[in-house]
Design a protein around this ligand. Structure first.
Ligand SMILES: C[S@@+](CC[C@H](N)C(=O)[O-])C[C@H]1O[C@@H](n2cnc3c(N)ncnc32)[C@H](O)[C@@H]1O
Length: 290
C-alpha cells in the first residue's frame, strides 16, 4: 500500500489493483454507465476507490467487485460518484456560447415566433452541478429580456451523479464556479451568502434537474422533445459504441431544425452522419434538418 491524495484531497492508503481486477471493474463501469476507462488511466481506480474500500472494510478490489455484484444498486450510486469527472463552470467556453446566442438561438427563437408557438425546450445532458443550464438561462434572459414572460420555456438538466444534481438544485456556488464568468453575471444573478454565492431563486426554478443515466435508453426517451441540446464535455468519457448510442438518442429527441452542441474538443466525425455540421464564428453545432 502507498499513500496518496483522493478526489476529496485527504491523505489515505491506496489499495493496489491487479490487471485482472482492473479489467473486471472497467467492464462493470462501462456496462452500467458507458464510461470507458482506458488502460492508461488505471491509476484512477486506485486513487479514487481506495477510501471507499476502506469505508466498506474491504482490502482488495476483488472483494469490492464481488460486493458490487451482490449489492442492489446503492453501491452503484457511490461508484458513479467516483468514476465521473464533474469539472464545469458558469459561462464555460464563452466563444461557443456567444456564437450560439447570436446565431442558433436567434434562429430558433425567430422560427418559433413565426409559427406563433412561443415555446422552447432545452436539454442539458451531463449538466454536472448546474452551471451549464443556468448559463443558458442567463443567455435567454439577455436575449429575450421582458419578452421572456410570454414564452413557455422548459430546461431539463440531467446527470449521472446524484450529488451533482443535488448541488445544482441548491444553487449555492463557491469561487471556483465563476472562473470563466464575467463579474457582471455574478453581480446580476447571485447574492453572497455564508459559504459562497446563491443563485437568484427565480432562475433556479426555471431548470428541472433530474438524475439520469444517458446509458439508460428508456429514461432518455422520457425527456421532452428539444429544440436545443447541450451535451458538452461528456461524450469524451465514452467509447465509440456508447457515443453512437447517445448521439442517436439526441437525434431522435431533437425536433426538426433543432441543434446539438458538444464540447469544443469533441466531434461527431465517425459518430453520426445524420446531422449537418453548422459553422458560426469558429464554433461548430450539429443541426437536425427540417
Ligand atoms: C466534465 S462534466 C461536463 C459538465 C458540463 N456539461 C460542462 O461542459 O461544463 C461531465 C458530466 O457528465 C456526466 N456523465 C458522465 N457519464 C454520464 C452518463 N452516462 N449519464 C449522465 N451523465 C453522465 C458526469 O457525471 C459529469 O457531471
Amino acid at each position: 500500500m502507498s499513500l496518496l491524495f483522493s478526489k476529496s484531497n485527504t491523505l489515505r492508503k491506496s489499495v493496489k489493483i491487479t490487471e485482472e481486477e482492473f479489467l473486471q471493474l472497467r467492464d462493470f463501469v462501462y456496462d452500467k454507465s458507458g464510461i470507458y476507462i482506458d488502460e492508461k488511466r488505471k491509476y484512477l481506480f486506485e486513487s479514487r476507490f481506495s477510501r471507499r474500500l476502506g469505508q466498506l472494510g474491504l482490502t482488495s478490489f476483488t472483494d469490492y467487485i464481488k460486493f458490487l455484484r451482490v449489492d442492489r444498486g446503492q453501491e452503484l450510486k457511490q461508484l458513479f460518484e467516483l468514476v465521473t469527472t464533474n469539472e464545469t463552470s458558469f459561462c464555460r467556453d464563452t466563444k461557443q456560447l456567444e456564437s450560439f446566442r447570436d446565431n442558433l438561438l436567434k434562429e430558433v427563437l425567430d422560427r418559433q415566433r413565426k409559427t406563433g408557438r412561443l415555446e422552447l425546450n432545452i436539454w442539458s445532458a451531463g449538466c454536472s452541478s448546474g452551471e451549464e443550464p443556468y448559463t443558458l438561462v442567463f443567455l435567454l434572459l439577455e436575449t429575450l429580456k421582458a419578452e421572456i414572460a410570454r414564452w413557455k420555456i422548459s430546461i431539463t438538466a440531467v446527470d449521472l451523479s446524484e450529488e451533482m444534481i443535488s448541488k445544482a438544485r441548491t444553487g449555492i456556488y463557491t469561487e471556483y464556479a465563476f472562473k470563466t464568468t464575467p463579474d457582471t453575471i455574478r453581480k446580476r444573478y447571485f447574492k453572497e451568502v455564508e459559504g459562497g454565492w446563491e443563485l437568484d431563486p427565480r432562475i433556479r426554478k426555471l431548470v428541472n434537474f433530474l438524475p439520469m443515466n444517458l446509458n439508460d435508453a428508456l429514461a432518455v426517451k422520457r425527456v421532452p422533445r428539444s429544440h436545443i441540446i447541450f451535451c458538452r464535455n461528456v461524450i469524451i468519457y465514452f467509447d465509440d459504441a456508447m457515443k453512437r448510442k447517445v448521439v442517436q438518442a439526441f437525434y431522435d429527441n431533437l425536433l426538426p431544425g433543432g441543434y446539438l452542441l458538444v464540447g469544443h474538443s469533441e466531434s461527431l466525425h465517425k459518430v453520426s452522419q445524420s446531422f449537418r455540421p453548422v459553422h458560426n464564428a469558429g464554433a461548430i453545432a450539429y443541426k437536425k434538418e427540417e
